[in-house]
Write a protein that binds this ligand. Sequence first.
Ligand SMILES: [Zn+2]
Length: 526
Amino acid sequence: MFRQERRLGFARIGFIEFEGEKIRTPTLIDFTEKPKLLKIMDFGKAPTVLKEIDESRFEILKSKDENFIIATGLSTLNARELVEYIYNLRKSSYKPLYAVAMATPKNIPLLYYMGVDLFDNILAIVKAYQGIYMTEFDELDADKVRDVVCNCPSCQNGDFSEKGLAKHNTFVMKRVLSMAIRDDLRNFVEAWVKFDPNLTAMLRFFDKLSNNCYPRFSKSKVVMTTEHSFNRPEVRYFLRRALDCYNPKGKALILLPCSARKPYLKSRTHSIVRSYIGNISKRGFEEIVISSPLVVPRVFELTYPAMNYDVAVSGDWSLDEIEFVSDWLCKFVEKGKFELIVGHVAGGYKKVVERVSDKLGLDVVWTVEKEVTDVDSLKRLKEVVEKSNFEGFDLYESIFEHMANYQFDTSFYVEKVKGRYPNLEFYAGKERIARIDTNYGCLDIDLPLAKTLIEEKKFCVEIDEFTPKGTIFAVGVKSADERIKPNDVVVFYNSKIFGVGRALMCGEEMLENDGKAVDVKKVGSW
Ligand SMILES: [Zn+2]
């Protein structure tokens, strides 16, 4: 009945099929048009919130719908209760979730982000009969609306009757919903909720609940402009996972500021520094790049979201940022038994390193006079580097090892690295085994590594006996690794063939949900 095609984090894109019709989701059920969907829905005889008051009675009276989760009476819940309620409903099943009489232009993007698939225009109609003209963020007295900048038929015809208003209010909601269907939904939601303290609080509550279905890699850029960015699922996952996997080989460390251009190594600042000190991993130096709110060891700079994010590089740091980033930097620094730590940083970045030095009781060699790219500062850095004598390592091999561990929880043998940074390709013997996928910020693997992952039972999807082309649907999946998240590079196999693809849903979802499970990229036979 419901077929999922894609995930945008917690939100889904798909369609509902019934009586020979296809309805794309997310969708807004328009009550002014005698919606057909309603005919097949069981709303139950009691609002969902009765559960809190009298659970046994609720069990008798609730919606017993087999195809939808229908949540009614949600508007009586406060922000925290609402978030927890929707979260638990979403977790309980992959069926389409309908929040009845809940949607407004203001809350649609957040509700969609939290996993609601179906909305309606009941409030839009109710408000119209109260003489309210809705805009994206406001509810105005229709009699006082003078400057109409809306291009819906009602506004264009000057029809502000109750019916006309209902159509206008619905039009605004539909427009907002269609705007929210975008790869960088999270950025959109962060911006949208800023207009409403209640919605802002809801996003904060929602971020605290763990969710397993959030992608680890993505094509969309992470824009970090609000305090919510610290708690973004991508940011939290990256910092924890990178810390777990960080295994520095060098005995010395240089701390550097971030750059607007990614990867950092291709930026002007990092290129200038490199032109003075060369490839310093050969001299046994690790590098950690300080950003806000990220801390990025050089070996993870091609990993999402370090590879693809935007933040104001103003050098102006709030106390919260200094505290947050220095806490994480402490953890990364402690993972290396560094004999020498060089702080090639200024301004806010220097404040972060000073906090780290205080907290851990470390001696830091400071090399910056005024600016990171001053000739004097660079000469001083060069002196420090040239005086040292540590055992070197290969940066590109280290990047590969770290990314393989981060992504697949394993290590692969690599013999040779080819290509031009950041488009690196990794070889074992004459065979290419993987390359950097700069779009998603991850490794893309070839068939030899797919075999290894199948042997190790990591990120595998076992499928029925068919040779897949294009897409593997969830109905054809026999088993799937629970670690798989949407956008993960996965391997699939049956007794005849095996291959590499990109997951379109979570591993556990593949066994219960209907819809597109894996996008097929490469197929080989045993
Ligand atoms: Zn209008």
